[in-house]
Design a protein around this ligand. Sequence first.
Ligand SMILES: [Zn+2]
Length: 312
Amino acid sequence: MKNLAVIYDELHIKHKPPFSHAERPERISSVIDFLKEKKFFENVDLIKPVEASRENILAVHSSAHLDFVVDSIKGGKTLLDGGDTYVVKDSLVPALLSAGSVIKAVDLVMDNSYNSIFSLMRPPGHHAESSKPMGFCIFNNIAIGAKYALDKYNLDRIAIVDWDVHHGNGTQEIFYNSSRVYFISLHHYPFYPGTGAEGERGNGEGSGYTLNFPLPAGTTGKTYLEIFNNKITKVLNDYDPWLLFISAGFDAHKDDPLANMELTEKDFTEMTKVVKDFADKKNIKIISVLEGGYNLDALSASVYAHLKVLNE
Ligand SMILES: [Zn+2]
């Protein structure tokens, strides 16, 4: 078994904004160039994703959602919402590959090929709800992968840790009634998308299986690490997941243009260490999925910091 693989496909560039937009192909191209410059792929495999199937998408999203996306693209529409979430004529394949990269990651960790996998794909996913594309996100990639893992491998419990600076409203909504997915999010609050208050703890069978850490602007890595060390590790220990996902956005970095947190790449190293130590101790796998991160230099350095720990 190898330590780490990165899933990537240059087809992601086909999802290109029709107007000036922070979620652009250079986000990923600059990361892959940076990793190659660091000779990171000398001992880490670079793997192509598969396209998520209609069945994979519909396990999480409504058929109205999928039809709306496909029809909008076919019809030449450029926006799926009021202004955030764009599409162009070639967006469908990158969107299906983004979701499919998490499916591929699940198969690769479940057959013991790798300890950890990082999906370096876009568009991101964690804002997409079961019936609504939202916040630059067309399909909820991590939710589609987690649902696939639950169904295909019959896993009892999956944990998702979302440290993107924005609340992962879509992932929360999709698993809000389920005890088989424990969703944990740290995020700027109040802030886009508006959800993620402390009182949102799940519903019905899912009651107690959602945990939000709303944080004020200006929060530093010290606070994040205290939460990881004192609270998240305890929750994870008690829940005892069979597989651990990270919604890895890097927009809480101090240089990010869309948010106002104060993290550095060193903080992403430390947060990754906490999660990796837990996974190693429990002998479970990590699937990390790129979400946000909009300063190209900060994003490259932060992804590199994250991957170095996953490769240890
Ligand atoms: Zn974000």
